[in-house]
Design a protein around this ligand. Structure first.
Ligand code: ATP
Ligand code: MG
Length: 233
């Protein structure tokens, strides 16, 4: 369970102060599949990075399960992130000169998982995304949709309880986007909680819940219907 209460994130430079999030309130329950939509610059990525313990916040409370995130030091925060969270990004972020097996292996080595267990997890997660027969391929030998599947496998190999995705289909054509979405729905049905930022209203409709962010805040459902889904579509 993830709970944000009156969360605030202000970016300060000498010249400007940007309130990326303010009065941001959200509760995500175990097993949810939440899509996050909203105009460009509304704070979606900032929210996701804070949720994934990649970025700090400047006010309010963030509880991840039983942990009050503000009370954790850097080490405790990285440990919690490794233990609970998987990330996928719009640009896949694969390492070009490593084959699929080794790409999925990177975070597992980093976590100090033993070699037999790593091999098992890598094989299983690549099989799960339908790429079990491509383990020795390089990312450049795959389609965009397949590359995103590798990134999903890499996240799944860490056995995360929360999968956070920032526009995971943003670089994919609609057919590939559909197949990635089907995979995410399967993963969610198997028990992983997913939060997905997307500009695609069609995908947002397929999740169990959609939240709309505007000016760093979650708007309530009544407002959602009166506003365009994204200003930059
Ligand atoms: N490192 C930073 N320094 C200063 N301002 C930042 C920084 N990161 C984000 N911002 C500002 O915070 C606000 C929210 O940005 P964010 O990236 O969260 O938007 P977004 O909703 O993800 O937009 P998009 O749909 O374009 O990805 C924007 O005004 C942005 O300019
Ligand atoms: Mg963004």
């Amino acid at each position: 369970m993830l709970t944000m209460t009156n969360l605030e994130k202000t970016f300060r430079t000498d010249l400007v102060e940007t309130h990326a999030l303010r009065d941001f309130n959200l509760e995500v329950k175990e097993g949810d599949f939440v899509s996050v939509t909203g105009p460009s610059g509304s704070g979606k990525t900032t929210f996701l990075n804070i949720a994934g313990l990649l970025e700090s916040y400047t006010g309010g409370t963030y509880m991840l399960d039983d942990y009050n995130v503000a009370t954790l030091n850097d080490n405790q925060r990285s440990r919690l992130r490794n233990e609970k969270i998987g990330f996928i990004f719009q640009s896949f972020n694969l390492i070009p000169d490593l084959n699929l097996f080794d790409n999925v292996d990177v975070p597992l080595r980093y976590r100090g998982v033993g070699s037999a267990e790593r091999k098992k997890r890598i094989t299983e997660s690549l099989e799960k995304v339908g790429l079990g027969n491509r383990m020795k391929h390089l990312p450049s030998q795959l389609s965009g949709g397949q590359q995103q599947r590798v990134a999903i496998a890499r996240a799944l190999a860490g056995e995360p309880r929360f999968l956070l995705a920032d526009e995971p289909t943003g670089n994919l054509d609609s057919q590939m986007a559909k197949s990635v979405m089907t995979l995410l729905k399967e993963i969610n049905l198997q028990g992983t909680t997913i939060i997905m930022v997307t500009h695609d209203p069609e995908l947002a409709r397929q999740t169990s819940r959609n939240v709309f962010v505007k000016d760093g805040k979650i708007c309530d459902a009544a407002e959602v219907h009166t506003m365009p889904l994204a200003s930059n579509q």
